[in-house]
Write a protein that binds this ligand. Structure first.
Ligand SMILES: C[S@@+](CC[C@H](N)C(=O)[O-])C[C@H]1O[C@@H](n2cnc3c(N)ncnc32)[C@H](O)[C@@H]1O
Length: 236
């Protein structure tokens, strides 16, 4: 079973949205498991202190290495990747999500305050991962994002298996536009090709729309896509 262990000072945040919809049903059905570890239970003082002032001064507080290391040591007793959510980490990509989803699970460390003592990151070999170029107030929502992205790829979790195959990023492109009935809505028709019944033409239209959207919205993805296809985007 795919296991997610989350280390946090806000255990009550979980499962949160992970307890609903696809992920929640799969959790209830035992397709994956979630252990939430309260970092404070590894503090040794009566106030259950997990943070202290930054060495060298400056604003905010820093999560203590000793307390966090005890929490990690008690939790990460297997070979699952240990990830720490942080804005300075490597950006989470669909390719990384696919690799994580194909493994046995993840151990996720949620930061709070200004961040975590650098020594525990090195000492416990935490891989730093970011969910985007913005700053959240804590790692919990980032951990939920990562878990949700992985769990939906686990066998049997998504309703239609194909919906995982044709999604944004899977082929290095953003996804093409979708339509459903009614055929005409507020004067806007469904593109004729989608009603043609010609599967070859539909596939070609979707492909060219995916390429157009990627080119217009994500020059970074488009450049990588062109490099991978040696400058010749497929337009079948
Ligand atoms: C207020 S933030 C700390 C920001 C940090 N001082 C910095 O400038 O990089 C507190 C915690 O939120 C989490 N966090 C914030 N933004 C994130 C992001 N974009 N991706 C992943 N985790 C994030 C991290 O766990 C971080 O330790």
């Amino acid at each position: 079973m795919w296991r997610a262990s989350v280390l946090t000072i806000f255990p009550d945040f979980f499962p949160g949205p992970l307890g609903a919809s696809l992920a929640g049903k799969a959790l209830a059905a035992g397709a994956w498991s979630l252990d939430v570890v309260d970092i404070r239970t590894f503090a040794t003082d009566k106030h259950r202190t997990v943070d202290d002032t930054p060495a060298g001064g400056g604003p905010g507080m820093v999560m203590k290495a000793d307390v966090l290391a005890r929490a990690i040591d008690a939790t990460a007793t297997d070979k699952r990747p240990r990830l720490m959510l942080t804005p300075r980490g490597m950006p989470l990509t669909q390719a990384r999500v696919e690799r994580l989803a194909a493994g046995s699970g993840v151990v996720l460390v949620c930061g709070r305050f200004e961040g975590i003592d650098e020594r525990v990151i090195a000492g416990r070999r935490l891989e730093e991962v970011s969910i985007g170029d913005y700053v959240l107030s804590g790692g919990e929502i980032a951990a939920m994002v990562l878990i949700d992205a992985c769990v939906r790829l686990r066998p049997g979790v998504m309703g239609a298996a194909a919906s995982g195959v044709e999604e944004s990023f899977t082929a290095g492109l953003l996804e093409y536009p979708h339509y459903t009935r009614p055929q005409l809505w507020e004067g806007r028709p469904i593109p004729e090709v989608l009603l043609s019944g010609d599967h070859g033409k539909i596939a070609a239209w979707r492909r060219s729309e995916a390429e157009r959207l990627t080119r217009e919205r994500r020059p970074d993805l488009w450049a990588a896509f062109l490099a991978r296809s040696r400058g010749r985007p497929r337009t079948e």
